[in-house]
Design a protein around this ligand. Structure first.
Ligand code: GLU
Length: 267
């Protein structure tokens, strides 16, 4: 073989390397929906600290609105409501759980915001909550205006934390990792008020005497399921959005609202 022929063979071979490598990457980028289907279950990030949306009951089972919603999605998409594995997420780690691929998506009382939409994708909204304030029953805080100069308890990474810091720059904000810790702090008098979604406050008030929720709301918060960004996720988001839409039209979502938040809606 002369040198020119050898060169041409090696050169042509080299040309194929990027094509093959590209082929491999494509394989790794299998559609997430397909991965879920072949794995036989969805891996979903839910809350353990936001009753009635995500919590652990006496039997150590994970329950709540977000949990039921995902079981229904598993039933309609995979044919089995138990084709699902739940993983705990918090307000501050849920976005990383999504972007790192630890979970396929999160159903975690997560408000759709422009800032979050730069990092992750959201489903269509499936619930509307509002930021509220909880205080001890005997508190002299009667309205949101009374919060200035007070010690306000929040959960880190929540929209409530961001909103309250903007609204009351002079307030002292005490941040916790979970709502369980945040509520304990309020109970122990470490702060004057706790602010988060009315849904979550309602969960605490219905089980603990001596606390009340102020009537005003600071915001309207549309909850969405959170997904990693990327082409490989788009068919999962489409399928879930289609299914959520179906669940809205056939009354399933209203049924979940009645089951988990009916007393709150009456207020
Ligand atoms: N819905 C709000 C949020 O997404 C507050 C509740 C929470 O911490 O999850 O930040």
């Amino acid at each position: 073989m002369n040198n020119l022929k050898k060169f041409l063979i090696i050169f042509t071979g080299l040309l194929f390397i990027p094509i093959l490598a590209n082929g491999c990457t494509k394989k790794q980028e299998t559609e997430l929906l397909q991965t879920i289907q072949s794995r036989g279950k969805m891996i979903v990030g839910v809350r353990y600290d936001t009753k009635p949306f995500g919590f652990i009951n006496e039997k150590e089972e994970v329950k709540g609105f977000d949990v039921d919603l995902c079981k229904e999605l598993a039933k309609r998409i995979l044919g089995d409501e138990n084709a699902i594995e739940f993983q705990q997420v918090t307000s501050s780690n849920r976005i990383f759980s999504i972007t790192s691929g630890t979970v396929d998506f999160a159903a975690a009382t997560m408000t759709i915001t422009n800032k979050r939409e730069r990092i992750i994708d959201f489903s269509i909204p499936y619930y509307i909550a509002g930021q509220a304030v909880m205080v001890p029953e005997n508190s002299n805080i009667q309205s949101i205006g009374d919060l200035s100069g007070k010690k306000i308890i929040v959960v880190l990474g929540s929209t409530s934390e961001k909103n309250i810091r903007e609204l009351f720059p002079a307030a002292m904000v005490l941040g916790f990792r979970t709502y369980t810790d945040a509520f304990s702090a309020l109970k122990n008098g470490r702060g004057d008020a706790l602010t988060t979604d009315d849904t979550i406050i309602y969960g605490f008030i219905s089980e603990n005497k001596g606390f009340k929720m102020l009537d005003e709301r600071l915001t309207r918060e549309s909850y969405g399921l959170g997904f990693k960004k990327g082409k490989e996720v788009s068919s999962l988001i489409e399928t879930i959005n289609f299914t959520l839409q179906e669940m809205m039209e056939d009354g399933t979502i209203t049924g979940l609202e009645e089951k988990w938040t009916s007393d709150l809606n009456k207020k």
